[in-house]
Design a binder for this molecule. Sequence first.
Ligand code: CTP
Length: 485
Amino acid sequence: MIRNIPEPILNLLYEIGEVAGKNAYLVGGFVRDLLLKQPSLDIDIVVEGDAIRVAKAMCDRWNGTLEVHPQFGTATVTHGNIDLPKVDFVTARRETYQGAGTLPIVQSGKITDDLRRRDFSINALAMRLDPNAFGTIVDKTGGLADLEAGIIRVLHKQSFIDDPTRIFRASRYAGRYGFRIAETDVVLIQETLPILPQLSGERIRNEIDRVLLEKNAAKIVEHLAELGVWETIFTDWHISATFADDFKKAEQAITWASAHLEDEAFQPDRVRWMTLFGTHTPIYQIEAISFRLVLEHQLQRLISRTQAMKRGVSLEEVTVPVFEKLGFPLSKNTSIKQHNGMWCIVDPDNMKTYVCGDGNLYRVQTPLTAYKQLEQTVTTLKETVKPSEIYQLLKPYPIEALVLGSVDARVPEWKREKIADYLFTLRKTQPFITGDDLIALGEKPGKTFETVLWELFAAQLDGKTATKSEAFRHLRGFKDHAPAK
Ligand code: CTP
């Protein structure tokens, strides 16, 4: 087995063993993946005793840098040679859980305690690092047999209740390695489902993020659906029937975008999330879900407690004036719905969504809302549409929505080419003539000024002007034809 460890990493492990002797163990995902002959870069070392002391000694030896978290008894060492991976050192610990979904109480312990607190037998394997027994596997929970048989199994009946994120993890490992979850564990998962919603939105979001990054994400998402996970997190939420196809499309879009766009603003995880919610769920519901799962911890708080949210006052009555006051006028097509105790205000004309709950009001602008609207915009396109018109139509959309539109097979090819033209060329075009140029010519900023500036830019986008001097000539022609004041 040791032969499967890349030599530079093997040397690191030998050195740790020389310094820490029989107190240090390689643990977790690295050992599991080593036995499965899969590559792994996360090096986690458990130390019986003082992990920080060992980390400091290794840091000196490797001329590295040290990051210490004394409250957790952990430290990370970055090797002086930056080509080598970081190494995490953790003090062996015992964990006790006080309640479902809460974080555990931690005490220092022996390696056996540390392995027994873990999620699955395949993750509870350790490898000894002391020179006398280097490479010996410590298996206290039948992990080797489960790896051999391809089974995901928790270490005790309470495990999913202690930490319901393990439901996602079980499905993720099963999907990743083609393993199955032990039948007894499937029963335990069913029993744990009712407490799944007690997890914070952030913890659920982290787990879903990790699922969506897996190569077999579509399979894992469907497996979680079979287990009843999605409908439990949010009442009545079913994963889109077209999820597998949509996800494939999203991955194509992401590959396409990373090959073609150097746009830092492009966020692949947003595209994946959009797929997860599907395109058939009513918008308000999608937004409410994304509020809870995606945005709960990120949204800018606009007002902490408004008069409007006081009990007994209907939101409709107060929404418009409150929003006007905040500087967010609502269009007449705005719909207001209540979902799972939260109000969701979707203003499709302005591509904005507002969510209210717990007395707080949040503004959300998701690419999904935008993509829905982009689909409508695209249906109105005519083949004769000018580049300047495309520019105006597509400018308001976030990049993720445009990327998805440009690879959506339901959109006719010539329309997708128009979107791609906007993404690659029009969007990046710099105007020949700017506001400063007009001011230098004695023009005063105002409505006419804006119109002239746009007309000049439109002429440029439409290929009527190819250089700055041509643009100035165009401007003169423009002025000659302007009505006399
Ligand atoms: N762990 C656990 N319970 C959790 C999360 C983690 O017991 N809810 C333990 C497992 O032993 C796991 C280790 O902590 O192996 C490290 O966790 P993590 O980095 O999330 O998992 P990896 O095993 O490294 O798996 P992956 O390859 O998905 O990163």
